[in-house]
Design a protein around this ligand. Structure first.
Ligand SMILES: Nc1ncnc2c1ncn2[C@@H]1O[C@H](COP(=O)(O)OP(=O)(O)OP(=O)(O)O)[C@@H](O)[C@H]1O
Ligand SMILES: [Mg+2]
Length: 246
């Protein structure tokens, strides 16, 4: 089972857009895929038209089993572990846990034989939940805006990973919401080579079909399968899979 988190310290950078589309791609390849929405905003569940039955965060207290809360989606091979507003207390719950950094791993352990890929849609911030997620994830996908402050935040994450000896957690940053008409975006695109090995070659353009995800409430492949957004996520996923295998 591969655990891939869509994560950034920053908010509003395309984490949910990435998690939903990447999870769909994995499922579409025939991989048994689970998308775990860890954000109290429940945007991933909203985009896939799946509601939580409430009190989902009990899972993180060891008070319920993932199997009881997992819901199927309209898509073959794609299940969702929905979030709800109770997830806003997750950090408090984890602080009360004897071994908070292992909590996500513990929840995922019984699912090892049921899923090939687990995609985590993470909330922004660098909280105890994020730290527990770092221990559970094989790789982080980090959507990064082509801006100075975003790159600075990415550096903070890379430093944190080094200082906390999290080298086993692969980190794949990629540029997103790229607008080639902007000078800064082109400059940052040009400097990707210097940001290897953690910056992917693939990038996601700023396109309206990706912006429409929450309005259409389905992965982009459902309503704009030939568009640049779909194509970009296909390349990104291919590159990530190649890098994870290598
Ligand atoms: N490539 C893109 N082109 C255009 N709009 C995009 C693109 N990616 C994401 N968006 C839009 O940007 C906004 C933020 O995206 P998204 O919700 O995926 O970010 P997030 O990082 O999950 O946010 P949060 O931190 O609140 O969870 C949304 O309105 C989304 O539709
Ligand atoms: Mg989100």
């Amino acid at each position: 089972m591969q655990v891939i988190a869509s994560y950034n310290i920053k908010g509003g950078v395309g984490k949910t857009t990435t998690a939903v589309n990447v999870a769909w791609l994995a499922a579409n390849e025939g991989k048994r895929t689970l998308l775990w929405d860890l954000d109290p905003q429940s945007a991933a569940g909203y985009c896939l038209r799946v509601k939580s039955k409430g009190h989902g965060s009990k899972l993180l207290r060891g008070k319920s089993d993932a199997g009881d809360v997992i819901r199927s989606t309209d898509y073959e091979n794609l299940d969702l572990l929905p979030s709800d507003f109770s997830y806003r207390h997750v950090d408090v719950l984890l602080h009360e846990d004897k071994n908070p950094l292992k909590r996500l791993q513990k929840v995922l352990k019984p699912l090892h034989d049921d899923y090939d890929v687990v995609v985590l849609d993470c909330p922004p911030g660098l909280s105890l939940l994020s730290e527990a997620m770092f221990r559970a994830a094989d790789a982080l996908l980090v959507p990064t805006l082509p801006s100075i402050l975003s790159l600075r935040t990415l550096k903070m994450l890379l430093d944190f990973r080094k200082e906390n000896k999290l080298k086993d957690m692969r980190l794949f940053a990629f540029l997103t919401m790229v607008d080639r008409r902007k000078k800064l975006h082109n400059e940052v695109m040009g400097s990707r080579g210097r940001m290897r090995p953690w910056m992917l070659e693939s990038y996601i353009p700023y396109v309206s079909e990706l912006e429409q995800l929450a309005e259409r409430r389905e992965p982009v492949f459902g309503y704009a399968p030939q568009g640049r957004g779909a194509e970009a996520y296909i390349s990104l996923w291919r590159e990530v899979q190649g890098r994870m295998a290598g």
